[in-house]
Ligand binder design. Structure first.
Ligand code: NAP
Length: 542
């Protein structure tokens, strides 16, 4: 058995393994009914613990059915961002000076609050971004895991600070030089200091877990936060607000975590250009991620960036693969949550000798996926997040038809609901086609055949991204070669549950290489928290 000690929340797994799946469904269904009472209301922002209103609001609608209004949220402005930055700066001194053990205790408490509310939170998430109950509860679990994991890490590493010393020498030398002995002892305190205010800019697709993970990373290490959830084309403002409410209930003081809803181009941009924001933790597209770094440094600002971006994740299916594992792993990674995961599999390279069989089995699997209202238990694929996402899908399908072949899918699905439902889609285009290189973030999978394993790895690496990658092969030589040569941070071999998605906190680390990340340090990793801290070496000679 591999050594593994982190106790994950694993809600669904616990219910299923104890024979209580029907209770799981009942709890989710009841929550899905009861959270509706929260919909359609007007919600404020929270700055310094106080409700703040803007002059205009944003109406958030459910992607499941546009007729369902989730709520009316404040369309925050630059000025609101500035107020929140000021509040976070005011709260910083006291917060950073609290012993790290107190912050650890607060986030352990926050994990309990989230855990207590996990079914309603998961239900809101399903309404808000169209995830199935399983994906939603899994995401809420991940948020809880992040809080506990980071609390454990900070505690186990004693806040990452350490002390060193140098004993006095009996020999005195006339002048100082590098390595000169000193007759006086030297004591050194290597402190880990937070930076100040962090802007947390979150994506729509994991609005609970990623927002909570990034915010916890910043705050548990002593920084204060201005949090901006996704609000433009794809809105996740109610789950964002719930994060605020749960953190407040857990005892996070006013001003330490501020919730500002508003467009990225305004509220997000203010966080990037404002000199009083010391750092940005961002997860989202490569265009926005790299754009904000270029902008900040172009303005001569000194800011630290923790930036996680997109993927164009490949799977290689070798002739030594167990075909069933490859088919089920690729299908769930490509089409789960409609391909809207940064880790989604969007390219497959299959050995020519098994390509026909693989494609035929994959089509059968894709055909079995039910499409519709994700609140219904048997549905596997809900709606795309927005009309724009559906346009990206339709344009890509047209491009595939004109430059290659659509092997399966390619159609918009009429579910009777006013949402953006599409088929899982498998296409065959040449390697130089833009569909092979650009992240689409919709359920479209490209297939290419290969003859030589080396060639498959070269093709897999030939994109600007390097987030996740998979191999299906039972041949050790291929496995070794894949591990040595694949340019991706998170790789999986022979995983039938999913080729490239589903990293678990404490088991994997989730990290991008190349254009998928700028830091090369993963979330849910032993190295994550250190990114929110700067070292200070304090040497005292008596
Ligand atoms: P996105 O369009 O880049 O938006 C992400 C966030 O950036 C949103 O909160 C957005 O705000 C904000 N934003 C937009 N323009 C901005 C600007 N000029 N300045 C500051 N902030 C700005 O990404 P998304 O569509 O929400 O999420 C999908 C992307 O995230 C995909 O590329 C996916 O691969 C990536 N992702 C990566 C990971 C990872 O761990 N590597 C995980 C999840 C997702 P508004 O929406 O309010 O405008």
């Amino acid at each position: 058995m591999p050594k593994r000690s982190f106790p994950n929340e694993s809600t669904y797994k616990r219910f299923v393994e104890s024979g209580r799946e029907s209770e799981f469904d009942r709890l989710f269904d009841e929550a899905a009914e009861s959270v509706k009472a929260q919909f359609g209301k007007k919600y404020p922002m929270y700055i310094d613990g106080k409700e703040v209103l803007s002059s205009t609001t944003i109406t958030e609608r459910s992607p499941i059915d546009n007729g369902m209004v989730i709520g009316h949220f404040q369309k925050g402005t630059r000025e609101h961002a500035r107020q929140a930055i000021k509040a976070a700066n005011n709260a910083f001194e006291t917060w950073k000076n609290r012993n790290y053990k107190e912050r650890v205790a607060l986030f352990r408490n926050a994990a309990e609050v989230f855990s207590k509310n996990k079914f309603p939170l998961a239900a809101i998430l399903s309404y808000e971004n169209g995830k199935t109950r399983y994906e939603s509860i899994g995401e809420v679990d991940e948020a809880i895991d992040f809080m506990r994991y980071y609390a454990n890490e900070l505690e186990a590493n004693k806040g990452y600070s350490r002390k060193t010393s140098k004993e006095e020498s009996k020999t005195k030398v006339a002048a100082g030089f590098q390595g000169a002995p000193s007759t006086k002892p030297e004591k050194v305190d290597i402190r880990m200091e937070p930076f100040g205010v962090f802007g947390i800019i979150a994506p729509f697709n994991f609005p609970v877990s990623i927002s909570t993970g990034m915010s916890t990373g910043a705050m548990i290490t002593g920084n204060t936060v201005v949090f901006k959830p996704s609000s433009s084309d794809s809105m996740t403002l109610l789950t964002g607000l719930k994060i605020y409410e749960y953190l407040k209930e857990a005892g996070i003081p006013d001003g330490v975590f501020n919730y500002v809803s508003g467009p990225g181009a305004e509220v997000g941009d203010e966080l990037v250009v404002n000199p009083d924001v010391a750092g940005i933790a961002f997860t989202g597209s490569r265009t926005v991620g790299t754009g904000m770094i270029t902008k900040a440094y172009g303005l001569g600002l000194q800011k630290t960036f923790i930036v996680e971006m997109g993927g164009k994740n490949p799977a290689i299916v070798s002739r030594y693969a167990t075909l069933d594992d490859a088919v089920s792993g690729v299908a769930s990674a490509a089409f789960g949550f409609d391909g809207q995961k940064c880790s989604a599999c969007s390219r497959v390279y299959v050995h020519e000798s098994i390509k026909e069989q693989f494609v035929s089995n994959l089509i059968e699997k894709a055909r079995s996926f039910k499409i519709g209202n994700p609140l219904e238990k048997e549905i596997y694929m809900g709606p795309l997040i927005s009309e724009n996402a559906q346009k990206v899908y339709s344009n890509a399908v047209e491009k595939a038809k004109s430059s290659g072949r659509v092997l399966y899918g390619g159609n918009i699905v009429n579910t009777g609901l006013n949402g953006y439902y599409v088929e899982p889609t498998i296409i065959e285009v040449n390697h130089d086609n833009e569909l092979v290189h650009n992240e689409l973030f919709v359920p479209i999978l490209t297939i290419e055949g290969y003859k030589d394993f080396d060639e498959a790895i070269k093709l897999a690496n030939d994109v600007p991204y390097g987030l996740t990658a998979a191999l299906y092969s039972k041949k050790n030589k291929e496995v070794k070669e894949f591990i040595g040569k694949i340019q991706a941070g998170t790789i999986y071999i022979n995983r039938y549950t999913s080729a490239t998605t589903g990293a678990i906190v404490g088991l994997h680390t989730f990290v991008g290489w190349k254009g998928s990340s700028i830091n090369g340090k993963g979330s849910g990793s032993r190295f994550y928290l250190q990114q929110f801290l700067r070292e200070q070496s304090v040497s005292i000679t008596k």
